[in-house]
Design a protein around this ligand. Structure first.
Ligand code: SF4
Length: 364
């Protein structure tokens, strides 16, 4: 059982981050916001995949118009209704305009928007409109003085930069803050967040940045995000991948599921197979996994169950005792079992279908 770090609760549109709220999954659009048709389709796809919060780069005033249009659309069609974050670099005016256009959160680094007056302007507007600010620190955003002090973006430098940026906002009584320290170095990312988690109560957005393509990128994020979540650190996550943003959402959800932190989850337990296995359990496990993803999407209630696909009836049920239900391979047949106890023999060619029906009875 993971005990989560106590953090301040921050509201982003209709999603709450921190406190006792579930860990939210984020991703970011990668299409031109001025091509509204494409943008809205990607936002809907991300929401459909299970994305709780969608970020988009806002590089000019034209992009700000897309925020207003998305918000108008979301008001009449819930397929597009997902909290939006404006990702802004350097330009405080874009932050202010995004706030007026209805954005739900702003991602900006107070330290690089050009001085106190500008920080104050953004903080004042966000405070008036109850829009939180996510401070996003990474190796490339370190303040010159901090970089000079530490020589390179080591974890201590990243954490100090985050605290510096937090103070810039707190100076204007702005405390509606979420903090992200990211690095493409997994070890640095973990250590920097560990340091910061001891020093502030703001919710943390965690992820490995510039992590790479789908395979290695996922592994780096699973190690980085997973290590922190297992210690109870992290309130919202983004699995950054050089891939379709929808994949980022699926993988984020998978990381949460792997740690038992996702509300609706069918966890597959399957054995590695050995010489005792006399049937194609690898194919069966893959088929079960694919079908369970579809069932999971239709689950109405929050529930976590474990479903096993094991190689032999001799050891399978015992090895997968923690599974609520499962099948174990025999010769031309499978044994159905529940909580480690046999529940009948079923023909091999119908085993997966029968297992699916049984799972549907439990979760739908
Ligand atoms: Fe081998 Fe059976 Fe264990 Fe699978 S369940 S690894 S087939 S002993």
């Amino acid at each position: 059982m993971i005990t989560r770090r106590k953090t301040k609760e921050i509201t982003v549109g209709n999603v709450k981050i921190g406190g006792d709220n579930k860990i939210s999954v984020q991703s970011m659009t990668n299409v031109n916001p001025n091509d509204f048709e494409t943008l809205k389709n990607q936002v809907a796809e991300l929401k459909q995949a299970g994305c709780d919060i969608v970020r988009m780069a806002v590089a000019d005033l034209k992009n700000v118009k897309a925020i207003a249009k998305l918000k108008e659309l979301a008001a009449v069609d819930k397929n597009y209704d997902v909290p939006l974050v404006a990702d802004i670099h350097f330009n405080y005016k874009l932050a202010i305009e995004s706030a007026y256009a209805g954005i739900d959160k702003i991602r900006i680094n107070p330290g690089n928007i050009g001085g106190d007056e500008k920080v104050k302007s953004v903080a004042d507007v966000c405070m008036a409109k109850k829009i939180p600010i996510r401070i996003g620190v990474n190796g490339g955003s370190l303040e010159k003085s901090i970089l000079e002090k530490y020589g390179s973006p080591i974890p201590e430098a990243l954490a100090e930069s985050a605290l510096y940026n937090i103070k810039l906002l707190e100076k204007y009584d702005f405390t509606d803050i979420i903090v992200a320290i990211k690095s493409s170095d997994v070890d640095h990312m973990i250590k920097a967040n560990l340091i910061l988690s001891e020093m502030c109560e703001y919710p943390l957005h965690i992820g490995v940045t510039e992590a790479g393509t789908a395979h290695m990128g996922l592994l780096k994020n699973a190690v980085g995000i997973g290590s922190l979540l297992q210690r109870g650190i992290g309130d919202t996550i983004r699995v950054s991948l050089t891939a379709d943003p929808v994949l980022e959402v699926y993988e984020g959800i998978s990381i949460l599921k792997a740690l038992g932190l996702y509300d609706k989850s069918i966890d597959i337990i399957s054995c590695p197979t050995c010489w005792r296995c006399k049937t194609n359990v690898i194919a069966a496990a893959n088929e079960v996994e694919k079908k369970m993803i579809l069932i999971e999407k239709n689950m109405k209630k929050n529930m976590k169950i474990k479903v096993a696909v094991m190689g032999c009836a001799v050891n399978g049920p015992g090895e997968a005792k923690e599974a609520d239900i499962g099948i174990s391979g025999g010769i031309n047949e499978f044994l159905l079992f529940k909580h480690g106890e046999p529940a009948g023999k079923i023909p091999a060619d119908k085993a997966v279908d029968i297992l699916i029906e049984e799972v549907e009875k439990i979760v739908l």
